[in-house]
Design a binder for this molecule. Structure first.
Ligand SMILES: [Ca+2]
Length: 200
């Protein structure tokens, strides 16, 4: 009567291991396995995570997301930018979401077309603009992305939370050239690389 019991444990362990291996992280960027987000999105399986390095340039890269429960996240020193540059997936959007329960984090979509066609897309925390000019940045042509008074990005950010015990709230911001300063904290974080401060 007792013999069959030990056989259950190896079987259970194999099953659990198979579940863990199913979900993986697909890395996109310079020197990574995938050069473009669309390549990793095309290879992703249900439950996977796609991490896009902000060091890369992904202009005109569009995709259809077919996996379910996929998380696509921007990582690195800056926010990942996806300018449409006249391209679109299926004539609809920069990304078409054909799967369910898709999460997109820390990615800036640029272009006069929709962020996604997904009817249940969670767009909270994103600002959708028709042009860079609407963002009211100081001088984007010269890479000055400080916010001007009246910018729609002011106070529209989302608290980024923690990674383990480490807070992801930015404490510093860039000062040209090659300097930094403490990022102002008015209790409502702004979208983008800079916190707006009057008189600056
Ligand atoms: Ca603010």
């Amino acid at each position: 009567m007792r013999r069959p019991i030990p056989c259950l444990f190896p079987f259970a362990m194999v099953t659990v291991a198979a579940c863990v291996v199913e979900a993986g992280t697909l890395e996109v960027g310079p020197g990574r396995k995938y050069a473009r987000p669309s390549e990793a999105i095309g290879a992703a399986k249900d439950g996977d995570v796609v991490e896009i390095d902000s060091a890369g340039s992904y202009g005109g890269d569009v995709a259809t997301i077919r996996a379910n429960r996929l998380t696509v996240r921007g990582v690195g020193a800056c926010r990942v930018k996806l300018p449409a540059e006249g391209h679109h997936a299926g004539g609809k959007a920069i990304w078409i979401a054909a799967g369910d329960d898709i999460t997109v984090e820390n990615i800036e979509f640029i272009g006069p077309i929709p962020l996604t066609n997904h009817p249940k897309a969670e767009e909270a925390g994103n600002i959708v603009l028709q042009s860079v000019a609407e963002a009211r940045l100081a001088d984007p042509a010269r890479y000055d992305y400080r916010l001007e008074a009246g910018s729609p990005a002011i106070d529209k950010g989302v608290e980024p939370g923690k990674a383990g015990e480490i807070s992801l709230v930015p404490e510093f911001q860039y000062v040209h050239p090659a300097k930094g300063e403490k990022r102002p904290d008015d209790g409502k974080i702004d979208v983008g690389a800079y916190e707006f401060a009057k008189g600056k």
